[in-house]
Design a protein around this ligand. Structure first.
Ligand code: NAD
Ligand code: PRE
Length: 367
């Protein structure tokens, strides 16, 4: 497609979308704007965008498509400004924000001015912020939620999906409230819990320095997202506050239940607690990205000595087994660590496991 795409907020998500759009529509011109001048310079120097603009207004007035990708409270301010600009008559506006309630209220005001805003939320990302981490394939195979107003013409929805098709994501049209409720459960609330686990550990580590030293795979796996941008999350929890207050209430009831069964030394109830969680966690779909990534992991014990990891990767390469990712999830200097190897196919993971076991490595399918 031809046209001018204007991306506001050249961070992880805005940068990744810019790359994905360009890969599918090389004839489009991607304009970008960010309040952080250095981010805009990097985006331009790395060809994430074709052109920089001086102001939000300048980019918005020359755009056929406007994509807002700032933290969500900034987006509110930006959308309010749009009605006062001389926008192109058929301009299409979307956003990437993690909450949809507030922006869709503002979309109603824009509709009254004859301007279409279709809410968007790619359900993939990272704890890493900034254009430096942007990737064209970030959203591949992930769900991409769209929240059009009920009277949005279907040709506008189709046009947006065509513009975003380079993301190679699966579009899912959702009602705004349902979106905020679901993402509250599986994304926003877990971020609160991850941050609270880290804050709790920090409190204890102030008294005992061994705490941070011994923080191993489990703690790191469950708290990775606590490294996400505090500004972004402050905005999200503010906008989804009511759902999160309900979820917190529910969580506290659940914690009090666990507290009681532990007090009662009710082994059966404790077992049921873990069993129910395992059953549901194991049943989550592994093939589609989004909540759970589409790869197969194998865990291998390794000595933390030079060359230990190279030994494993060369062995796999010699047998033409491709891997998608390597990650040391637990490492203690000079001692045993655990390496997580990710494979695209279950078949590759099985072959690798047989091969590594045969070569005296100790492997596991779960950490
Ligand atoms: N990170 C994720 O995993 C993820 C996933 C899906 C959706 N989102 C949503 O996408 C949006 C962007 O998130 P991100 O991860 O790319 O964050 P980011 O911090 O990497 O990027 C945000 C960018 O917006 C810029 N910015 C802030 N205010 C601005 C303004 N008024 N005008 C222009 N630029 C401005 C910042 O300087 C920054 O470069 C957020 O609304 C977030 O909720 C994030
Ligand atoms: O993988 C991560 O680090 C994320 O937190 C990504 C994640 C999430 O799954 O909660 C974060 C915010 C979004 O709006 C969508 C995706």
């Amino acid at each position: 497609m031809h046209g001018n795409v204007f991306i506001v907020g050249l961070g992880l998500i805005g940068g990744s979308l810019a790359l994905a759009i360009k890969s599918k529509h090389p004839d489009a011109t991607i304009y970008g704007f960010d309040v952080k001048k250095s981010g805009m310079e990097i985006a331009h120097a790395r060809n994430v965008i074709d052109e920089k603009v001086e102001s939000f207004r300048q980019g918005a007035e020359l755009a056929d498509v406007i994509i807002l990708s700032t933290p969500v409270l900034e987006m509110e301010k930006l959308v309010k400004q749009l009605a006062g600009f001389a926008l192109k008559e058929d301009v299409l506006i979307t956003d990437t924000g993690s909450t949809k309630g507030r922006i869709m209220e503002l979309a109603c005001d824009l509709r009254d001015e004859g301007i279409t805003l279709i809410g968007g939320h790619p359900m993939a990302g990272s704890h890493k912020a900034g254009v430096e981490s942007a990737k064209a394939h970030l959203f591949e195979n992930a769900y991409y939620v769209l929240t059009p107003l009920a009277d949005t013409p279907s040709r506008k929805l189709e046009e947006l999906q065509q513009w975003l098709s380079g993301a190679k994501a699966h579009f899912l049209v959702l009602d705004t409230e349902e979106h905020d409720y679901i993402t509250g459960v599986i994304s926003h609330f877990p971020h609160i819990i991850a941050a609270s686990l880290v804050n709790q550990a920090k409190k204890y580590s102030d008294k005992n320095s061994l705490i941070s030293l011994l923080a191993a795979g489990g703690f790191r796996d469950v708290t990775r997202i606590a490294s996400s941008s505090p500004i972004m999350w402050k905005d999200i929890v503010k906008q989804n506050r009511l759902n999160l207050l309900d979820l917190l209430e529910d969580w506290m009831t659940e914690m009090r239940r666990i507290q009681q069964v532990l007090r009662d030394e009710d082994e059966l109830a404790v077992n049921r607690f873990f069993e129910e969680a395992k059953e549901y966690r194991d049943s989550l779909p592994v093939r589609s990205k989004g909540a759970i990534p589409s790869y197969y992991d194998l865990y291998v014990d390794v000595m933390d000595v030079p060359g230990a990891i190279a030994g494993i990767t060369s062995l796999l390469a010699e047998h033409e087994i491709s891997i998608t990712n390597l990650h040391i999830i637990e490492s203690r200097e000079g001692l045993l660590g655990v390496l997580r190897i990710s494979f695209q196919k279950d078949e590759d993971r099985s072959k690798a496991q047989v091969l590594l076991n045969h070569n005296d490595y100790k492997t596991y399918e779960a950490a």
